[in-house]
Design a protein. Structure first.
Length: 253
């Protein structure tokens, strides 16, 4: 994959200006022998977390060091457009099924980090012939460096064409970055959150209209209010303050 790409800063994160079609074309060139790389898909939750200085010191290099940094939020894209920046949206929840449908072929080795045995079996039934290898890490990865290293070692030893890391953020980005320490690592890892749950219908995405109206977050909040209320009602709205700060910073130059 020809890197680096054109990457622009917005609200404290640098994003690649690549459309879904361009990303798929680049990823189609990946093989199981390609030197290791990884993809991050920052959304509002990620950006707000990175605004915290204590967390940013640890996490910002993981986003900066990714081979692709793709905007996973229509809200961020709208805010960028208001500042004169056209930022393509490439949601991980769309990228993952597109890869399975148009890039991944029977015989490809695909590593799955996270989920459970039943989910991986269901994925195998949907895409027969794909060589799925699975690692289910323990809970508490955020504070368990040894467990993250074990997951990173599994990825490095799997030599998969693609690895889907589905353990939530920032754990998945931490694991993806940790794989760099293993020189034998190959293929491309993608930090994709709940994307595999959507493919296997363990979770349902918002209707297309809600996605187009940039209110998919309402669907997720209604689906799991106990877990999501703080993210969407307390932390998420800070993105508008970050966008205003970005505008002041641009105007000051």
């Amino acid at each position: 994959m020809p890197m680096p790409t054109e990457r622009v800063p917005f609200v404290g994160v640098r994003f690649d200006l690549l459309t879904m079609d361009t990303v798929l074309k680049r990823l189609s060139a990946v093989t199981a022998a390609t030197p290791y790389g990884y993809v991050v898909t920052p959304n509002v939750d990620h950006v707000v977390r990175l605004d915290d200085a204590a967390q940013a010191a640890e996490l910002a290099p993981l986003y900066e060091g990714a081979d692709l940094s793709l905007c996973d939020s229509r809200i961020i894209a709208h805010l960028a457009r208001a500042r004169g920046l056209s930022l393509p949206v490439v949601p991980g929840s769309d990228l993952t099924p597109n890869l399975f449908q148009s890039v991944i072929k029977p015989g490809d080795r695909i590593a799955i980090i996270g989920g459970d045995r039943d989910m991986v079996a269901d994925l195998g039934r949907r895409y027969p012939g794909v060589d799925l290898v699975h690692y289910e890490p323990p809970m508490g990865l955020r504070r368990n460096a040894a467990a993250r290293e074990e997951a990173a070692r599994f990825i490095a030893d799997a030599h998969a064409r693609f690895t889907f890391i589905a353990v939530g953020s920032p754990q998945q980005e931490m694991i993806a970055g940790a794989v760099r320490a293993f020189p034998q690592a190959t293929g491309m890892a993608l930090c994709i959150g709940a994307s595999l749950d959507f493919i296997t219908e363990r979770q349902r995405r918002a209707p297309k209209l809600m996605q187009k109206l940039s209110i998919e977050w309402m669907h997720r909040l209604a689906s799991d209010p106990k877990r999501m209320w703080r993210r969407y009602l307390v932390e998420g709205p800070r993105i508008f303050l970050l966008a205003a700060r970005h505008r002041r910073g641009v105007e000051a130059r």
